[in-house]
Structures are given as C-alpha cells and as structure tokens.
Design a protein around this ligand. Sequence first.
Ligand code: ZN
Length: 381
Amino acid sequence: MIRISSLLAAVSLIFCLPAAARAQQTPPPPPAAPQAADKPCLNIVYFLGNDREPIPGYEERLSALMLHLQDFFQKEMARNGYPNRTLSLDMKTPDRVNIILYKAQGAASDYPYTGNWPRVIQELDAYFSAHPGMKKSNHTLIIMPTFYNDEYNDANPGGVPFYGVGKSCFALDYADFDIKHLGARTPQGRLLTKWYGGLAHELGHGLNLPHNHQTTSDGAKLGTPLMGAGNYTFGSSPTYLTPASCAILNVCEVFAGDTSTEFYKTPAPKLDAISISLKGNKLVINGSYTGQEKASAVNIYVQDPPYQVNADYDSVSFTQKLGKKSGNFSFHIPRRELHGLRSDTFRITVRLLTSSGNWEDWHHEFHWSDLPPFSQKFSEQ
Ligand code: ZN
C-alpha cells in the first residue's frame, strides 16, 4: 500500500512523444468561451533562445489552435456532466490569446529536449516574480520553436522539451503548426495531428491529468482518450476525455471558474476505510473518506504492472462525484470493462479529489487468481 499526494506527483516528469496519425476534416476555429476578467487562466509562454525570433504568424496560429482546444474541453466537460466548464485562456482580443513572449538568457541550443528543463522553469519563475501581474494561475504551457539543425527543422520539428512537469508542460512551434491543416490528408495534416495532439496531451498533464485507458464500452463508442493514446488520434479520429479526467479538470484551477477558491492549499480527503472483493464478474470497491472541505470526486484506476509514469497508459479509469466533507463511495466494475488488461497481477488506485484541486492516492496490488475479500481501516484518521 502506498499513498502519494498531489504534492509528490508535482515533481513527476511525464514524457509522451506523439506519433503521426491519419487525417480528416478541418473544423473552423470556435469563438472564445466567455469568462470573467479575473478568472485564473492558463499562462502561455513562447520561450525563445536569445539567438532566435518567433516563427512568423505564431500569435494567430497558436491562438486558433488554443481556441479549438478550449472548445474540445468545453464539449467534453459538458458531455461528462460539467456544463460551462472549460480551459480559461487569457484573451488579448476576442480571437487572440495573450502569449507571453519570453527571450531566454541562453541560446536556443541551451534548452534541448533532455537535461535543461529546470533552467526553463527557473527562468520563468524569476520572470513571474518580477512581473507578478503576468502570472494568471499555477498552470503554464511553454512553447518553443523547433530546433533548426541537421536533424530538426520545419519538416521534422523537434529537439526541444516536450513533456509535462508538474503544473507546467512543454510543446513546440513550427512554420506549418496551423489549424488550417487539421485533419488534412497531407504531410502537413499528419504532422499537425502529431504535434497538436501532443500539445493537447502534454497540456492535459500540465492540468493535473494522469494517463488513462478507455473502458471497453467507452472505447467502442467514443474512440481514444486524450490521456491514453489520444495524442496519436487528436484531430484525425475520435478522441475524448474520460469521466475520470473530467472529474480532475472540474477542480483544476484554470477550469473551475471560481475566483474565491484558493487552489491547491487544502489537503486532499483521506480514506477512512476501504474494502475490495470480486463478486461474480464484478470488482466491488467500497470506501469511506473524511476531508477538511467538500470532497469533489473519487477516481478509481485499474492497471497491469509496471505502474510508474509512462507505463500507465493501460490504467482504466472510473469516477464518482462526491460533494460532502465525509461519506462513502461504492463501485461495481464489470471485468468486461477491463478488456485491455492481461496480467494476473493488477493494481487498484483510489484517488480522492478535494474541491480546491488537491488529491491523494491509495494503491494496492492484487491477483485475479487469488482475490479474497480485502479490507483495511486507517487508524491515523
Ligand atoms: Zn503523457
């Protein structure tokens, strides 16, 4: 049994390079979702080496891509029972997102894919300390132009960081990073799904989302979860947010729409007791919890070993809304919903989410072939 809090998870590095995918139709860019002026918004930084200039049209191109992504989040949140919830963007004009153009201390080559991301974070921390009005939330998307060298260029973008680190995430820009190519059956269209799907997926990590896999029935109806292999499919074949991902986004600072809540300060609810058993072909999970403020939801993740970040794409997720400071939850999970899991050994994670965004995980490993009723009470509570 292991407990991992959101504070520990904040230092996890999540690498997940996207791959090329098929293409289909191009939707028009949607209008920006309405929002209050003082609502926490995603910080978007265009991070330039001191020897570089932005790639032409970056503001217009990235604004259209971010607005389309905002629309995706809004539709998926509404479909999962969270109407009027979406990613808040800092709008400069109705169709332009405010992008902070940051000129770095070092040359572009000083910030490669591996090894120097802490320097990026440190420089931006110093920038936000000196310009506190520019920091709109704890969540930051950092976009760097592709390297231009023997290996990387506009036709083969790369070389720069591309992953999630706590509440920050990295993506990249290149000349054809433009929504007009979305779904096109062209080299530019395939490249866009790779890097736009990648941006959407890494942004998900920067918005507190772990990897997760589709249930059997949702996969048949809805396609691929963005936080599964959705970076391979976004914009080219059906891609969706799981109910568990939406439960986390519902209490993400830049989705919540609540200017009075102080996010990520109050500790997550704690499990008081848990019991797990196999009844027929159903996994039955009952638990009770207590927190300092209203618990928002409980997520369950079931996965095969290994369990570490980036080996967790197989983690099938489930969720229930809570809404009380203390209470109970009960899941009956049919084994047929776990069709992607093959191992006899598996792990259950219970993630309790508080209404101001923190979470705490409880894990335990089991064996399908030997699963006597399990129960545990937590005396420290
Ligand atoms: Zn990932």
